[in-house]
Design a protein around this ligand. Structure first.
Ligand code: GLA
Length: 425
């Protein structure tokens, strides 16, 4: 059976089915449909039984993840206080929804091969953490790996996909980031199709974040296997500049600009329910200037990237808070049309990026990668408008209408900075 058939014929629709008996009762009907092979039978059945993951991530997921700031230093107390901070800081109001625990929450498997959370760091278990996150009106994410071990050497999901999916559903998990370490000769597409099928069989709608680093071009097959987002590159580091070798001489750690350049040409693969993921945000993690943090956030929003903050929300400065909660910039990321913006002009260090929005307007970024302030111009032609058009321009960081412009818009842009505007005819 192809992956597409498996998804069309996968069980469940409507209310959440955490009840195993119910799931087992549904399966024979689905199997009959698929075995029978009758087009009519399958088509009518597909209408009644769409996948539980059918309407997930219609706009790019927004939330927080532990890895970029805390690495393996995760605990129940820290995660709960971070969920509190999502609410208190106004990030929840700005659209941030998922609170995701990355690697290192798990330590072993028990005699029945159930995954075991670290009893010291999560003394009340994972369901208690999920319940707390849900009590705040937020959603709960965890991390595992398609291979035998996670990247930090904890037990992976290989061979336990269905067992783990049932466990995650019982804990109330809403989002699974699935990594690609220790996968040996596994086929990436088949591995991610398998975990999606397992998640769907649990009956709970769970966002699937494919973390395969772009090695097997997940943008080509990610949507087909039911991935809601897929990493397009290796890990981001808290640095503005491009690729750099690691201290041991191996290649490479990626700064914001290195990741940005790797997104060029991938825009056609993104859309509602399935997004390119240029990795989580480093905004507020200490090694970039306020200007660079603002540029990083603006560019990710223009690319309709998942906005997963990775800083300590309990102690962020007002500048970082204002970047992460800029609702005008977030609206560009979350625009319902779901088109990923792309680079439309490049002249050395000076670039223009543009994203078509649902109301026909464009979000435009003038980006200065150079070391001194520069004037940058975007022509209407570059952003797909007729030259004679007059359009209103609004600055999304100054929160100010700049007036009506014909043919082009120019602005002076500081080093490593952006000017981000909407252009509305
Ligand atoms: C990989 C992923 C990271 C993070 C770590 C955890 O490197 O790409 O985002 O999840 O593993 O070990």
């Amino acid at each position: 059976m192809t992956v597409a058939q498996r998804r069309t014929c996968s069980p469940t629709n409507g209310p959440l089915r955490s009840d195993t008996t119910l799931r087992m009762n549904i399966r024979p009907a689905v199997a009959t449909c698929c075995l029978f092979g009758s087009i009519f039978a399958c088509a009518s059945s597909a209408q009644e039984m769409t996948s539980p993951s059918a309407n997930l991530a219609v706009t790019p997921p927004m939330g927080w993840n532990s890895w970029n700031k805390f690495g393996c230093n995760v605990s129940e107390d820290m995660i709960k206080s971070m969920a509190d901070a999502v609410v208190k800081s106004g990030m929840k109001d700005a659209g941030y929804e998922y609170v995701n625990i990355d690697d290192c929450w798990q330590v072993s498997r028990d005699a029945s091969a159930n995954i075991v959370p670290d009893p010291q760091r999560f003394p009340h278990g994972m369901k208690a953490v999920g319940d707390y996150i849900h009590s705040l009106g937020l959603k709960f994410g965890v991390y595992s790996d398609a291979g035998s071990k996670t990247c930090a050497g904890r037990p992976g999901g290989l061979g336990h996909e269905y067992q783990d999916a049932i466990q995650y559903a019982a804990w109330g998990v809403d989002y699974l980031k699935y990594d690609w370490c220790h996968t040996s000769t596994q086929d990436a597409k088949a591995s991610y199709a398998n975990i999606r099928a397992a998640l769907d069989a649990s009956g709970r709608p769970i966002v699937l974040s494919i973390c395969e680093w772009g090695t097997a071009k997940p943008w080509v097959w990610g949507k087909e296997v039911g991935g809601n987002l897929w990493r397009t590159t290796g890990d981001i580091t808290d640095r503005w500049g491009g690729k750099q070798k690691w201290p041991d001489g191996s290649c490479c750690s990626n700064g914001v600009l290195a990741i940005l350049d790797e997104q060029v040409g991938l825009q056609s693969y993104a859309g509602p329910g399935h997004w390119n993921d240029p990795d989580m945000l480093e905004v507020g993690n200490g090694h970039m200037t306020t200007t660079e943090n603002r540029s990083h956030f603006s560019l990710w929003a223009l690319m309709a990237a998942p906005l997963i903050a990775g800083n300590d929300l309990r102690s962020m400065t007002p500048e970082i808070h204002d970047i992460l909660t800029n609702k005008e910039v977030i609206a560009v990321d979350q625009d319902a049309l779901g088109i990923q913006g792309h680079r439309v002009a490049k002249n050395g260090d000076l670039e223009v990026w543009s994203k078509q929005l649902q109301d026909g307007s464009r979000a435009v970024i003038l980006l200065n990668r150079g070391s001194s302030e520069q004037q940058i111009t975007s022509t209407w032609e570059q952003i797909g408008y007729p030259t004679h058009l007059t359009a209103g321009v609004r600055d999304l960081w100054a929160h100010k209408d700049l007036g009506k412009f014909t043919r082009k818009f120019s602005a002076s842009v500081e080093s490593h900075g952006v000017v981000m505007v909407t252009v509305k005819p």
